[in-house]
Design a protein around this ligand. Structure first.
Ligand code: GLN
Length: 220
């Protein structure tokens, strides 16, 4: 039995819950080596400590961090995410919240300093510059060469601060664009995943969530 929590302080958490639940109905526990997986929302430390893994969704990282600090939940989140037995996936604001260093910051966002990268927020500009890009993730997800990745006021990873633990999974492929080559997906060791984009918004495409369950939660 494994439990995956989705942090539900703020932001796009319900879409992650739906995608994860749909993975389990689609692929079934038999496909996941017979392991039963439970999905819950996490709003306090009691719920957090029931989990083996935590998804930190997109939304607004300043708000997420301030809510966590004001409710006294920050310390538990810090302890949980820094435990190498637990696994963590940050998407968009979630990526920002788990990172070591933010560029050009006003220090309102106290991050969890888990992921050894330097991040630039809103790297593609304003809401109106949001976009969906077909990405080839087949180097790390079998056969997944046409994933529709949605970027909404997305951050990028400007710099990897520890090459021994952090591996780039994907750089944007936009030939002839200044955005070509920007780092938008990384993993750290075998328990931390971070994406600038929103795989939970890829309708009917469960491949990214299945990858998280398989490779990070269950290590199969
Ligand atoms: N721009 C937001 C932030 O800085 C992130 C946007 C998102 O999660 N879609 O937190």
């Amino acid at each position: 039995h494994k439990c995956i929590g989705v942090l539900a302080l703020q932001g796009a958490f319900i879409e992650h819950v739906h995608h994860l639940k749909r993975c389990i109905t689609k692929y079934g526990s038999q496909f996941y080596n017979g392991i039963t997986i439970k999905i819950i929302t996490v709003r306090n430390k009691e719920e957090l400590w029931k989990c083996d893994g935590l998804v930190i969704p997109g939304g607004e990282s300043t708000a997420m961090s301030l809510i966590a600090q004001r409710t006294g939940f920050y310390e538990d989140l810090y302890e949980f995410t820094h435990n190498p037995q637990k696994c963590v996936w940050g998407t968009c604001a979630g990526l920002i919240f788990i990172s070591d260093i933010l560029m050009n910051e006003n220090h309102l966002v106290k991050t969890l300093q888990l992921l050894h990268v330097k991040v630039k927020r809103n790297a593609f500009g304003r809401q109106a510059q949001s976009f969906t890009q077909e990405c080839d993730f087949s180097s790390f997800i079998d056969g997944c060469n046409d994933f529709q990745a949605t970027f909404i006021r997305a951050p990028v990873i400007e710099q990897i601060l520890d090459d021994d633990t952090v591996k780039v999974l994907y750089r944007l492929n936009k030939p002839n664009s200044p955005q070509n080559g920007l780092i938008v997906a990384v993993k750290q060791n075998d328990n931390v995943l971070a994406t600038s984009f929103h795989p939970e918004l890829a309708e009917d495409d469960l491949r990214f969530h299945d990858y998280f369950i398989r490779h990070f939660m269950l290590k199969i």
